[in-house]
Ligand binder design. Sequence first.
Ligand code: 5AD
Ligand code: FES
Length: 360
Amino acid sequence: MKEISNQMEFEQTLARVSSADRPSLEDLVALLSVTDKSDLEKIYAFADRVRQEQMGEGILLRGIVEFSNECDGTCHYCGLNRNNARLPRFTLSREEIIESVGRVVSHNLKTVVLQSGESSKLDPALFAEVVRDVKSRFDVSVTLSVGEKSRDAYALWREAGADRYLLKIETTDEKLYAALHPGMSFGNRLRCLRDLKELGYQTGSGDLIGLPGQTPLAIARDILFFKENDFDMIGIGPFIPHGQTALAGQARGSVDMVLKAVALTRIVTKNAHLPATTALGSMGKDHRIDGLKAGANVMMPNFTPSPYRKMYEIYPDKRCVEEPVGQCAFCIEGMAKSIGRCVDYGKGDSLKKNQKEGGR
Ligand code: 5AD
Ligand code: FES
């Protein structure tokens, strides 16, 4: 792979990646390999300009309610994996979910994300009722994030009124994917994403940065995957090792690599919604601010009630676990102001053409 050796080449590479229909892997890898501080700042500033042109100054808020940490999965990176016997499991009742959504709405937010582990205990018909109930009570967009399910289940929830779905690819490196997800298949992941799109969900993907064995080439491929699939939303965060997983003791992802991935994803995908992820805010200093300055336009304040919030421990030292419900929304207002941006209290639908014409 080629290295960028001078300033002109650097600027030309950035310009090519920005204007190409299909940027080359070589160019993406070259930019992902940049380490010079002032060059990094230039990549982030370029992405920030694209964000400004495409998405404006508003930071969209999605209130997240983590309603269950039950999980059948054994993902090697995730603290909710079923082999983590130390984690007490919880599932909110329907009433508790409705109450939590009510708090999201009372803070003026117009999107709620209902997230859980991937569990066969989630009854598709009952969950459809919860979605229907939420949609009939509140004027709110509903995003679901409950893992790989059958097309029928996705269809049922869509009919019940769900608007959006998040299912990250985590990594497009199939070998790495197989190593990290015993018993799962990359093909089924793709099937799910296809079904979700066909059913008219605004669909979100994303990846983890810094997985053991992940190369810059793999991250470049992730970015092209996001572009080719024209996802409406793309969540990119650092891998943070969790003590009760197979990857305990491994190094965590680097902040700079996450920011480069966010920035290049913004430059390449133009108008996808990109969150400054909670994981990015959970690496010592709150690096979500840096994410917002490197192309991100979304934040996801936490509305999971206590005492459950700290039991949704996907990775350690997750931020905002002690704060009272709703505190995050206020805090984000301050963060937005501090960087000359504002909070956008709209629904924040997809700006992708397919959705503007065909979606709701
Ligand atoms: N570090 C950071 N993010 C993680 N996720 C799962 N485990 C970890 C970890 N150890 C992310 C995955 C998943 C999302 C809900 O949480 O990307 O899609
Ligand atoms: Fe949660 Fe600041 S965003 S307390």
